[in-house]
Design a protein around this ligand. Structure first.
Ligand SMILES: [Zn+2]
Length: 316
């Protein structure tokens, strides 16, 4: 049903999945740079199409709204929300004989700016397992949000400026909506602000936020992309990274921030197992993840292997 050719391809439709190199036809699970290229023809959700075209220019797309099956290239293709960022999708492919679910980047549970993930049953599961190590069991979301809000409020009370460091597509918009929902205004770095405009055009309102034009504002937070140098005219910055990697004790030193809060847009270790249980596949292929996760799945009685490695002379 699928093969590996420097990336995952659905054989019957010759459909490349999340390739970073230009392809005649490709499915894009979401608009993060490591999942797309300037394809000749791209299949994706309408929200991902808007973000893809914002990032890479006008390009031919076939839109696959969630839960709307399409017969295409000898396959039935259906997208489901992946809970990772706006428009992020899992792809269910059925060829009349077998079914395959490709998760792309995903997270279970609620998000402020992405539809909650849905996991249909499939016989073959291709799963992204970034946090496939037990060190990445994240605290409950309510605790994480409380931690974020407490740090931001305390910083403002001290007369300093909370500067939140977040990936420009997805996490920035989620943090913005979370903070504006608490009555805290947000100034956004230009690159983040432009992506937020697309979110709003797609109907995802983010609350009271504005473009950061170089000056802090009393009572407001600032959101910037990773590796943004210290801001001019902001004398007392308190930097806060929001990432699942915050579970590493040394994360805040590596990320060069004052606080690291484990707000993730990827499934944590327990959610990966939960996803497997819910899909109830016969075969599992792991991608983008911690190498030991395959062994942990096998230990738990699953038929699992890494994607893209030769197995008994075959390439999967
Ligand atoms: Zn992603």
């Amino acid at each position: 049903m699928f093969h590996w050719n420097n990336g995952l391809k659905l054989t019957k439709a010759d459909l490349a999945i999340d390739f970073r190199r230009r392809q005649p036809r490709a499915f894009i699970s979401h608009a993060h740079a490591d999942h797309m290229a300037r394809h000749q023809y791209a299949l994706c959700t309408p929200e991902t199409a808007a973000l893809y075209q914002y990032r890479l220019g006008p390009r031919p797309t076939l839109e696959l709204p969630y839960r709307t099956p399409l017969d295409w290239g000898g396959l039935r293709l259906t997208t489901y929300p992946a809970g990772h960022c706006l428009g992020s999708a899992m792809l269910l492919a059925e060829d009349g004989d077998r079914s395959l679910l490709y998760t792309g980047d995903f997270k279970l549970g609620p998000s402020a700016t992405a539809e909650e993930a849905e996991l249909p049953h499939a016989e073959i599961l291709v799963i992204e397992c970034t946090f496939g190590h037990p060190n990445y069991r994240l605290p409950p979301r309510e605790e994480v949000l409380e931690q974020l809000f407490t740090i931001v409020r305390r910083t403002l009370d001290d007369g300093a400026t909370p500067v939140i460091v977040a990936y420009m597509l997805g996490k920035s918009q989620e943090v913005t909506r979370l903070l504006t929902g608490q009555g805290i205004g947000v100034l956004q770095h230009r690159k983040i602000y432009e992506v937020s405009q697309i979110y709003e055009q797609c109907g995802m309102e983010l609350g009271r936020y504005e473009l950061f034009e170089g000056r802090p504002r009393d009572g407001w937070a600032i959101v910037v992309p990773p590796r943004t140098p210290p801001l001019d005219h902001v004398p007392r910055e308190v930097r806060i990274a929001v990432t699942g990697w915050a579970m590493d004790e040394r994360a805040k030193y590596r990320l060069r921030v004052d606080h690291a809060v484990p707000l993730s847009d990827h499934a944590d270790y327990n959610e990966l197992f939960e996803a497997v249980e819910r899909v109830a596949p016969k075969e599992i292929y792991c991608t983008h993840g911690n190498e030991t996760f395959v062994d942990r799945l096998i230990d738990a009685g699953h038929d699992a292997r890494p994607l893209g490695r030769p197995v008994q002379g075959r390439l999967f």
